[in-house]
Design a protein around this ligand. Structure first.
Ligand code: NAD
Length: 382
């Protein structure tokens, strides 16, 4: 926040915003009417390294709503970065605007200047409502852009590592439930055959598993049927609403959030939930419900962190082999989370948060031991 903003708030006698941003390191607000940029960047925590998080563009109803979104999402990124074991902290940008009509080059150039003003404390890229070509404009103003296409020395499409992370997650869940990582001996209900879900389905079929699949897009359904023929695999298509009640072992949500809710849990019989979709649980109580019913839930932000691993890796100079090796560690993190959940008899979603909080606390203690020398300087050559 700029000093003038604070003085204005003091005059207003209103410290409500200061209370809301408590717990975050920094919030930057920008209003550039000449290019139509109204944006907020929230940096939650940089203990592990500079903040990393996408920038979304959305028509928020109010400044408060946009601020709350950026605060919540940047906090989530701290956990996600710790869970993925990348040396970055949590941050998020939000641009208040209509993604269909307001995505202008000059707006993104101005956004690039805003990002640059943070002097390598924040790295960003696409999220809901923004595309990589928007960030090619921002890239003219700042090097603090991640998730770039290969022609900009970036890692490109992140759905492959994300899909692989889901496969490692399924292996970890199978080991926990059935004592073996073997994929072929189980059945899977894949919801969503988009960039990630299609690749997950392909991996499962290639490894000899039977899958049930549902997607609102008929072309995707046709494409996976063709792939199944080519791989000599077995896929059974089900109506959208039936994907929750099929007689499969593992539910693999790769479409939308909130799919584990009161309604879908009614006749849910599958033993595990492992997928790429964000915010799979409609709420924390649904995470408790799942735990009480003995359904093994692999926390979404751990399972789907393959894409984040690739984006973070790019800032050290993109290296696909390193990304694949690191993505493998998603399975190990899940095994640790399943252990914490059993030891403490808490839901896996809570166990994941606890694991990240413990790592954060330990790192803070380590840093304080060496604080005389100051924190290491972050620098990337891209
Ligand atoms: P996508 O848009 O390419 O694919 C989503 C697919 O789900 C589409 O084929 C769509 O038709 C289908 N779909 C939508 N609603 C559906 C419904 N009700 N029932 C069945 N199918 C439905 O998206 P994606 O990149 O594959 O991402 C999938 C999920 O994983 C999203 O929740 C995304 O946020 C999350 N995720 C993706 C990445 C990544 O690297 N792409 C990384 C982390 C998390």
């Amino acid at each position: 926040m700029g000093i003038r903003d604070i003085e204005k708030m003091e005059k207003m006698g209103n410290f409500e915003i200061m209370e809301r941003i408590a717990g975050h390191e920094q919030v930057l607000i920008c209003n550039r009417p000449e290019v139509g940029l109204r944006a907020i960047i929230s940096i939650h925590d940089t203990t592990f390294g500079p903040a990393l998080g996408g920038t979304r563009m959305q028509m928020y109803n109010s400044f408060d709503e946009a601020l709350d979104d950026s605060l919540k999402l940047s906090r989530g990124m701290t956990y996600k970065c710790i869970g993925a074991d990348v040396d970055f902290g949590g941050g998020k940008g939000v641009i208040i605007g209509n993604p269909k009509t307001d995505r202008k080059p000059e707006l993104f150039r101005a956004y690039g200047q805003m990002v640059d003003s943070l002097h390598k404390r924040f790295y960003t890229g696409t999220d809901m409502g923004t595309e990589i070509r928007d960030f090619t404009h921002a890239f003219k103003e700042t090097r603090q852009i991640a998730g770039k296409p290969p022609e900009f020395h970036g890692g490109g499409d992140s759905s492959e590592p994300t899909a692989l992370g889901v496969i490692y997650g399924i292996e970890a869940a199978n080991k926990e439930l059935y004592g073996t990582r073997d994929i072929a001996s189980r059945t899977y209900a894949v919801q969503g055959l988009g960039k990630v879900g299609f690749k997950v389905a392909e991996h499962l079929l290639a490894r000899g598993a039977k899958i049930f699949a549902a997607d609102i897009n008929r072309d995707s359904v046709k494409a996976i049927a063709d792939r199944a023929d080519a791989l000599d695999g077995e896929v059974e298509f089900v109506p959208l609403e039936d994907i929750y009640t099929v007689d499969a072992d593992v539910f693999v949500p790769c479409a939308i959030g909130g799919v584990i809710n009161d309604e879908t849990l009614k006749d849910f019989r599958m033993q595990a939930i492992v997928g790429s979709a964000n915010n799979v649980l409609a709420s924390d109580p649904h995470g408790e419900m799942v735990h009480e019913r003995g359904i093994l839930y692999a926390p979404d932000y751990i399972v789907n962190s393959g894409g984040l691993i690739q984006v973070a890796d790019e800032l050290y100079g993109a290296n696909p082999d390193r990304v694949m090796a690191k993505t493998r560690s998603i399975g190990h993190s899940l095994e640790r989370i399943f252990d914490i959940s059993k030891e403490k008899n808490i839901g896996t979603f809570r166990a994941a948060d606890e694991m990240c909080e413990q790592k954060l606390e330990l790192r803070r203690k380590m840093d304080s031991m060496f604080s005389a020398g100051g924190r290491p300087k972050w620098d990337f050559d891209n």
